[in-house]
Design a protein around this ligand. Structure first.
Ligand code: GMT
Length: 380
């Protein structure tokens, strides 16, 4: 198949999933064309089946807000026509699904029927999409997509609850490349961070308020009161300065390392004992899956799709959002030397359920089904 993928090119979860999916499809012989405003962060290797088309937005003094969506639609029209694509797969509803709708309508006037699949990732539904500024367009463009997928049952349910959606939404969960995300031998790194074999807790996120990084620090502070431990924080975002101050105020700053944005997250996860994800909302929790693939049990909330991934009492524990004390007790329970190996093994076993090798065929089948349905409709 010749597939166009539209996504955010940044490190965010939806961009990562879209890019890893495109790479995997290319390795299976499909031709994959990424259409976005800059090179996707994880599009870091050469393959003869991978193409990247940059959306260029001309600047003009009149534009206070450059019309990215229009430039994106025009680029989609151009690439579908020129490369003779079979399908457009857009990740994140805003503004990709509506831009694809516009492209589809333009292509129709040229006698081209391009099926559009929209994958919902989370904040496009649970946070931004619900806002009255976007809701009518989000609802319309989901309903106009030829196929819709969501990354968890919880996101599917929430989409039906909040938007008048008339289409079927297929759940295709996120996935993990177990060759990249695996526990590596990084003992020298561990010794440098925890010279006295302190327990290592890790959190990775974009430091937005929805991630509740303050809870991460409060949980760590109380665990630290009970057992020698260190906290590694990967990522960056608006909450970081406040969090650094909080660590100073709590007197734990010297046992916390703010590592910033790191590409090789798996190296940090390889030395971790527990992963903390106290999010307020999380459609899936890809960062937790990455940790589990590196044999790290997860202490999380029960928000959104997290319990579909982190099995309570098996791969870690889930607690109510904001229940810091419960997460502290769970972390201490898991960190017990007798229990930790079992939780680590369970986390890895669960990660195997989301092996990229198992999930990519679900997308391929969905593509084929959507293309066939579109053909049948055209020929009716
Ligand atoms: O979590 C974020 O803030 C980034 C966001 C995104 O759209 O890039 O992540 C969402 O999509 C990921 C990939 O499907 C999911 O694993 C995350 O759970 C989801 N985030 C939220 O729902 C808050």
């Amino acid at each position: 198949m010749k597939i166009g993928i539209v996504c955010y090119p940044t490190f965010g979860g939806s961009g990562v999933v879209a890019t890893e999916l495109g790479k995997a499809l290319a390795l299976k012989g499909h031709q994959v064309h990424f259409i976005t405003y800059s090179q996707p962060a994880r599009l870091d290797f050469f393959n003869e089946n991978l193409f990247y088309h940059e959306v260029y937005i001309p600047s003009y003094p009149l534009f206070q807000y450059p019309p990215y969506e229009l430039a994106l639609s025009s680029k989609m029209v151009d690439i579908v026509q020129f490369e003779k694509l079979d399908l457009l797969h857009v990740h994140y509803a805003i503004p990709h699904a509506s831009a694809a709708y516009m492209a589809k309508q333009i292509l129709k006037t040229k006698g081209i029927n391009i099926p559009v699949i929209t994958t919902l990732h989370g904040t496009d539904i649970t946070l931004v999409g619900k806002d009255a500024s976007f809701e009518p367009v989000v609802t319309f463009s989901i309903n106009q997509s030829d196929g819709v997928t969501a990354v968890s049952e919880s996101l599917r349910t929430e989409t039906y609850e909040f938007f008048p959606i008339e289409r079927d939404i297929e759940v295709i969960p996120n996935f993990i490349n177990l060759e990249k995300f695996r526990r590596q031998k990084k003992e020298h790194f561990r010794t440098a961070i925890s010279p006295n074999n302190e327990k290592l807790l890790v959190h990775t996120s974009n430091f937005r308020s929805v991630k509740r990084v303050e809870d991460v620090i409060q949980i760590f502070s109380r665990v630290h009161d009970h057992i020698p431990s260190k906290l590694l924080l990967v990522g960056d975002g608006p909450e970081r300065p406040k969090m650094e101050k909080l660590c100073r105020d709590l007197g734990i700053y010297h046992d916390v390392r703010f590592l910033g944005k790191l590409e090789a997250v798996e190296e940090v996860l390889s030395i971790a004992d527990v992963f903390l994800m106290p999010s307020e909302k999380e459609s899936f929790g890809l960062a937790a899956l990455e940790a589990m693939a590196c044999e790290v049990p997860v202490i999380s909330t029960d928000a959104g799709g997290i319990p579909e991934l982190n099995l309570n009492g098996v791969t870690g524990f889930v607690s109510a959002v904001g229940d810091v004390e419960n997460m502290v007790q769970n972390a201490l329970y898991v960190l017990d030397d007798e229990r930790l190996p079992t939780f680590k093994a369970n986390a890895l076993a669960r990660a195997h359920d989301f092996d990229i090798e198992k999930i990519v065929p679900l997308y391929e089948n969905f593509y084929q089904k959507t293309i066939a349905a579109q053909l049948a409709e055209v020929n009716r």
